[in-house]
Design a binder for this molecule. Structure first.
Ligand code: SAH
Length: 467
């Protein structure tokens, strides 16, 4: 497996600084799957070409694994010759600093775009030349290809899936290596050497600034995260909100705090009033297919189930524990046959775009937004109002101004240890108005619970209608 990187930017031997590999030396590196060798094919002022030669030890790789495909294909295969995920792993180890855009001796070189080309001697291209171009050309590369016959001695056997590919562009070396790192495995049909739990993180990290805008991003992501459909879905959702790097949302058990919040509000029975008001708003919207987002233990779901107007009910929560409790309380495994299929609980996060949330008439989001970190609210807004886009959204959140009426909360504290914020009426209305304007909804505000003349109601509610 051979990768050749060439520059014609004089003095071209600066490539040695960029790669941190001296042009006069032949260097070898031990990797977990074989050896990598770095040497220069040519190195003068006008043109400099560095080669990365991978010597994949197929036998060693097979030994480390259980028997998978046929025994023969385990030992006799294209891995030693074809560019694949092995190359990505090698790039990240042998050219680590160049990939990261660091160059200690000459830092300015690392950030200067120079004419560069990368030649992959043998790249198996699933999807053929059109796909190859569709992947590299939007990134500004000039692509040259040469397809290899299956066997030169027997032209009648036809073409092989192998190409020699050269991509050229004026860019930083780090950009070029990053694109190769992500894209080389995408053309390959084999199980990737490195598909593991942190592959998604690597993809998002290396895809920063270019992958989310790439027209083939779905296909690239799907193939990169081969055989991992759940990772693929998560990746797509996260590419939508790439500007705000996200960590996985925790599933910490919030129940004790939930209990405390409930106890605090019990004299008002605010919880029931809230669900009653939300239910009324959902009814009034005429909705038949409804979502309860952040459904928790399913109190609102129970009320929805009792009303035959709601023909399809879906509850979503990020906490598996809550969903289990809801499943239990609603006795979902013992529903009469005529009710089966009317309600479904799904595990998911409101941070991530989710196709399962599309096509609903209305969504309830009851006491959920205040659990989201403010930077993530933006992701939530798009997930709900841009992608899921129900006709009506009924959303409630505490009114912070009201807290002074509760001795044990006061002005300083929030009602719940997991609340990231609580809004005054003005703050909430501001936020909701912004959403309405941005996503083409109208919005009105309604009080929930006994209203205080100056402080307003304990809970505030917004009803959004799609314009
Ligand atoms: N709507 C319910 C529960 C409110 S408590 C009710 O009115 O009783 C807030 C709920 O939001 C919790 O169940 C919590 O697990 C859920 N939640 C928090 N962050 C979430 C996220 N990112 N995606 C989906 N649900 C989330």
């Amino acid at each position: 497996m051979l990768l050749t990187i060439t520059t014609t930017q004089a003095p071209a031997t600066d490539l040695g600084y960029l790669l941190q590999k001296h042009p006069n030396r032949f260097q070898s590196y031990d990797l977990s799957f074989g050896q990598a060798h770095v040497f220069y094919k040519e190195a003068d002022d006008l043109r400099c070409s560095a080669c990365l030669l991978l010597d994949v030890d197929t036998v060693g790789v097979v030994r480390g694994k259980g028997a998978g495909e046929g025994l023969l294909s385990q030992y006799v295969n294209d891995r030693p010759y074809a560019a694949s995920s092995f190359l990505s792993v090698a790039l990240s180890q042998v050219f680590r600093s160049a990939l990261q855009g660091r160059c200690n001796e000459r830092p300015e070189l690392a950030i200067t775009p120079i004419p560069l080309s990368a030649r992959l001697d043998i790249l198996p291209v699933r999807g053929g030349e059109p796909f190859l171009r569709a992947v590299f050309e939007p990134l500004g590369y000039v692509v040259e290809t040469e397809r290899h016959p299956l066997d030169e001695r027997f032209p009648e056997w036809g073409e092989s899936p192998y190409y020699s590919v050269t991509v050229s562009k004026t860019s930083t070396l780090s950009d070029l290596l990053t694109h190769l790192y992500v894209l080389v495995p995408v053309f390959d049909n084999q199980k990737h050497y490195f598909v593991g739990d942190d592959e998604l993180e690597k993809l998002l990290e290396k895809g920063k600034g270019w992958l989310s805008a790439h027209p083939e991003r779905e296909e690239i992501t799907k193939r990169y995260l081969k055989f991992r459909p759940s990772l693929f879905r998560e990746a797509l959702a996260r590419l939508v909100v790439e500007e705000e790097p996200l960590e996985a949302v925790g599933e910490g058990d919030e129940r004790p705090a939930e209990k405390a919040e409930e106890a605090l509000e019990r004299p008002l029975s605010l919880n029931e009033q809230r669900h009653g008001t939300v239910l009324a708003a959902l009814r009034a919207s005429g909705a038949r297919k409804v979502l309860d987002l952040g459904c928790g233990e399913g109190k609102l779901l129970r009320a929805l189930l009792k009303d035959s107007q709601f023909a399809e009910i879906v509850g979503l929560d990020v906490s598996i524990r809550s969903l289990e409790i809801a499943q239990d309380r609603l006795k979902l495994d013992r529903l009469p046959t005529n009710q089966e299929g009317r309600i479904k609980l799904i595990h998911g996060s409101l941070m991530y775009r989710d196709r399962r949330l599309e096509g609903f008439d209305a969504a309830a989001v009851v006491e959920v937004v205040e659990h989201l970190d403010p930077p993530r609210l933006l992701a939530f807004e798009r997930v709900l109002f841009e992608f899921a886009r129900p006709r009506t959204v009924v959303l409630t959140t505490p009114n912070r101004e009201y807290n002074v009426t509760w001795e044990n909360v006061g002005t300083e504290r929030l009602r719940h240890t997991d609340h990231r914020f609580e809004w005054t009426r003005a703050e909430f209305q501001d936020w909701a108005q912004g959403i309405a304007t941005r996503f083409g909804y109208s919005v009105r505000f309604l009080p929930v619970g006994p209203e205080d003349e100056t402080l307003g109601p304990p809970t505030q509610m917004a009803v959004f209608d799609r314009a």
